[in-house]
Design a protein around this ligand. Structure first.
Ligand code: ATP
Ligand code: MG
Length: 553
């Protein structure tokens, strides 16, 4: 498996480590969970949560459960359940035999609700949702108690059972926790913990017509599974007193503790599942795995490695303060991971023809070129060279500025692994566009010979015209751009995908989908998993070579 984790010493937790070490005499007893709702594909924000939850368990030799939070009776989405499992495995984490579904606890959740009623801590309320909302009060004013708050335990038990038996319509009754309508925390003002919804659940079918609310269900799920630390994002901080209330008022063996951390926010990126889902469903992108998306399947198809994502998540750290992480930081870890393990080939993305006028017509020679600049174990390959080559259009300038060390009239450069060439002439079409660059080569400068008579500053890549392989290359920019006129502050970037036809040296013919290469000087590329075939090569640019991010050590 690609994501096997050989980097076990990576620490994801920080202040959470401290909490765990204070709470548990034996930290190997730590149990965490990752609790996705199966209503979309996972994104990079989820990766942070996965790395944190599984990472902590791994670090202490504890356990991390995968629990699908499917308490909402929504339509069955095995596609999401499967994709989520794939993505977690790809990231390199393993829940072993601990795959759970919250819906499988519905019976116990009901029993515990009965327990609360029997303790006088919950009541059946006949107020409508609107009435409950209006009586809740504000941050500065207390709420008003429900007129049904003092029903007897017997009446509550009977009504709750009748709710379960389907005797009431949706919204007609709720079960509410009896806490404190004057609490400064609005979440504690007799929150609804069960609602009536006559809906078919994908796992439990029509067995239930009452469903638990998240704030009640989640602590119960955690307690049932023996979770010691329930790690969630900051928006649940105000819900923690209710979490604790549920945990403390039901007779659980293990009382889980909720710990919040700040969500991952990425610069110029919209992370929410709802937004992503809309892009997919309205066909504005090529599926959930479009390489421009920050879904984990998009990132995988884009060519990012699981190691780079884990290193990135570790570098971001865990804190309670909201911050926005730059895309350059993400790219840095992708590049850093790819550099030592990716072979280099030559590809020209924006070609112009280079004709070596003193090279014999009809001759082709094979040049031996190393597959990696630093690591000899990558070996060498033979690359054909002849009189007509493609070079990158931007590697030539007719009127170059001072520090331009590439090709220009009268200037000499090195062709990677080949010879020095000197530009003698340019050929243009009737519109003044350059169609050919003419040059001469010096046989004495052949790569590998001991030539020291003169030096050149620039080395450029090239591809032999006669043997070049055509490929579609997808170049990406950010998917969204700032747009003040739009609701969320962003609109789709019309230039987020640029498709070019590249010429690549013939060694590329044996490529398989998901193979990665550095195209010399152009960045890291991956053969597209969806569209790349033997007859129709398609590459995605993973990341360019230039970095503006410096990690703090
Ligand atoms: P979204 O807002 O994208 O729909 P969600 O929080 O509703 O995400 P869930 O499936 O409920 O999605 O999330 C599973 C877990 O992932 C939760 O514990 C949640 O807190 C965590 N999570 C979601 N987004 C982020 C993020 N940006 N950074 C860190 N953790 C996140
Ligand atoms: Mg959610």
């Amino acid at each position: 498996m690609e994501g096997s984790n050989d980097n076990k010493e990576t620490v994801y937790g920080n202040f959470i480590n401290t909490i765990i070490e204070e709470d548990l005499a034996d930290t190997s007893k730590v149990v965490t969970r990752f609790p996705p709702e199966p209503n979309g594909y996972l994104h990079l924000g989820h990766a942070k949560s996965i790395c944190l939850n599984f990472g902590l368990a791994e670090q202490y030799g504890g356990k991390c459960n995968l629990r699908f939070d499917d308490t909402n009776p929504a339509k069955e989405d095995t596609e999401f359940v499967n994709s989520i499992q794939n993505d977690i495995k790809w990231l390199g984490f393993d829940w072993e035999d601990r795959l759970f579904f919250a819906s499988s606890y519905f019976d116990k959740m009901y029993e515990y609700a009965v327990q609360l009623i029997k303790k006088g801590l919950a009541f059946v309320c006949d107020m409508t949702a609107e009435e409950v909302r209006l009586s809740r009060g504000t941050l500065t004013e207390p709420g008003k108690e429900s007129p049904y708050r003092n029903r007897s335990i017997e009446e509550n038990l009977s009504l709750f059972e009748r709710m379960k038996n389907g005797e009431f319509a949706d919204g007609e009754k709720t079960l509410r926790a009896k806490i404190d309508m004057a609490s400064p925390n609005i979440n504690m003002r007799d929150p609804v913990i069960y609602r009536i919804a006559h809906m078919t659940h994908h796992a439990t079918g029509d067995k239930w017509c009452i469903y638990p609310m998240y704030d009640y269900a989640h602590p119960v799920e955690d307690a049932i599974e023996g979770i010691t630390h329930s790690i969630c994002t900051m928006e649940f901080e105000d819900h923690r007193p209710l979490y604790d209330w549920v945990v403390n008022n039901i007779d659980f063996e293990v009382k889980p503790r909720q710990v919040e951390f700040a969500k991952l926010n990425l610069e110029d990126t919209i992370m929410g599942k709802r937004y992503l889902r809309n892009l997919v469903e309205t066909n504005q992108v090529d599926g959930w795995d479009d390489p421009r998306l920050i879904t984990l399947s998009g990132i995988r198809r884009r060519g990012y490695t699981p190691e780079s994502i884990r290193n990135f998540c570790a570098s971001v750290g865990v804190s309670k303060a909201n911050s926005v992480v730059s895309l350059a930081q993400l790219d840095f870890f992708v590049r850093e991971d790819l550099q030592p393990k990716t072979p280099v080939v030559m590809a020209v993305l924006d070609p112009v023809k280079l004709v070596i006028t003193n090279y014999p017509e009809g001759q082709t020679e094979m040049l031996e070129i190393e597959n990696h600049a630093k690591d000899e174990s990558f070996g060498k390959r033979m690359v054909p060279f002849s009189r007509e080559l493609y070079i990158e259009r931007e590697d030539f300038m007719e009127e170059p500025p001072k520090k331009f060390f590439r090709l220009a009239p009268g200037k000499e450069v090195r062709l990677k692994g080949a010879y020095f060439v000197t530009c003698t002439d340019v050929v243009k079409d009737e519109n003044g566009n350059i169609t050919e660059i003419h040059c001469t080569y010096d046989p004495a400068t052949k790569s590998g010979l001991d030539f020291t008579a003169r030096k050149v500053k620039g080395t450029i890549h090239w591809v032999n015209c006669a043997t070049a392989v055509n490929a579609q290359v997808n170049l990406y920019e950010n998917l969204v751009v700032a747009d003040e006129a739009s609701d969320n502050g962003y609109s789709l970037n019309p230039d987020s995908l640029k498709i070019v036809t590249a010429y690549i040296e013939p060694s590329i013919r044996t490529v398989k989908p998901m193979d990665r290469f550095q195209f010399m000087r152009n960045g890291y590329f991956i053969a597209d998993s969806k569209h790349c075939t033997e007859d129709n090569l398609v590459f995605n640019r993973i990341v360019s070579l230039k970095s503006s991010f410096k990690p703090s050590k």
